[in-house]
Ligand binder design. Structure first.
Ligand SMILES: C[S@@+](CC[C@H](N)C(=O)[O-])C[C@H]1O[C@@H](n2cnc3c(N)ncnc32)[C@H](O)[C@@H]1O
Length: 265
């Protein structure tokens, strides 16, 4: 008789606030046999694990897979493949596996790479992807600012190459979200100014985490030490400027704040 294989669940745990994990993710986490998450080779931190921690049963080991922080694609491919094989070995033993990612599991996510390798190396294995709330949805909610309305469009781009994508595509979208903005804030701001189409722009750092910040002055954000957990929301000329009016800098200034003061580690 052939052994029953396990299921791989790719789970987006949301952007930071532990209350923004979905019920579906929680229900699955309570039942899995082992949990994987990406971590840097420099340390063992996994924000995704911290967010999901209270829902992971004690019996389920948590394994942090180390990924080299390098631009050398062959190095990263090697790591993805090796880690996928580690996960496949668990699935072949009949264990149900969760792979955690921050925000949504299909948005600039490490799970996308694992998924490709698992489907290529072991196409007989079952994979179920569980979506999560993205960082930019949380940021828009934090700013009480709609991302899109009526017939508008929204472009989500990587800021890893600065304002390059906006310079190419700015004639089209009314609203633009830059993820991975941290190293290139100054060039992104320059591209926003060049197009002249987006007078409203706001930086949001560590949305939903205890060190959350709303940065209305993007030039000032550009002068700061780059922080990976940074995104920029921009809106077109017809916007009524509500984002700029969001002058509070931290949620601690008032209102309901149910978040535990958990650190990043
Ligand atoms: C590799 S992408 C991952 C995106 C994630 N899967 C999502 O759905 O939001 C990493 C980038 O997402 C953004 N990001 C993720 N979490 C964030 C947060 N809590 N606050 C602000 N930006 C965040 C930052 O721009 C960061 O550089």
């Amino acid at each position: 008789m052939t052994q029953k294989t396990g299921i791989l669940y790719g789970i987006g745990v949301g952007p930071g606030d532990p209350d923004l994990i979905t019920l579906k993710a929680v229900k699955i986490l309570r039942q899995v046999d082992i949990v994987f998450a990406a971590a840097s080779t420099k340390n063992d931190h996994s924000l995704a694990v911290n967010i999901a921690r209270e829902h992971i049963p004690d019996r389920a080991p948590v394994v942090r897979l180390k990924f080299p922080m390098t631009r050398d694609k062959s190095e990263t491919r090697k790591a993805w493949k090796a880690h996928s094989q580690t996960i496949i070995a668990e699935l072949e033993k009949g264990r149900n596996v969760a792979f955690l990612t921050l925000g949504d599991s299909m948005t600039y996510s490490t799970f996308g790479y694992i998924l490709k390798y698992v489907q290529t190396i072991a196409p007989h294995l079952e994979v179920r992807t569980v979506p999560g709330i993205t960082s930019y949805q949380a940021a828009a909610a934090r700013l009480n600012t709609p991302l899109v309305e009526g017939e508008e469009s929204l472009m989500v781009v990587s800021g890893a190459q600065g304002g390059h994508r906006l310079r190419e595509l700015h004639a089209k979208p009314e609203n633009v979200v830059f993820l991975k903005a941290y190293r290139n804030v100054t060039d992104i701001k320059a591209a926003i100014d060049e197009t002249g189409n987006y007078p409203c722009c706001v930086g949001v750092k560590s949305c939903g985490h205890p060190d959350e910040e709303i940065i209305n002055d993007i030039e000032e954000l550009g002068r700061r030490k780059p922080d990976y957990w940074t995104l920029i929301l921009t809106k077109h000329a017809n916007n009524n400027g509500t984002m700029k009016d969001a002058s509070t800098t931290t949620r601690k200034e008032g209102g309901l704040d149910p978040r535990p003061e958990a650190g990043k580690t």
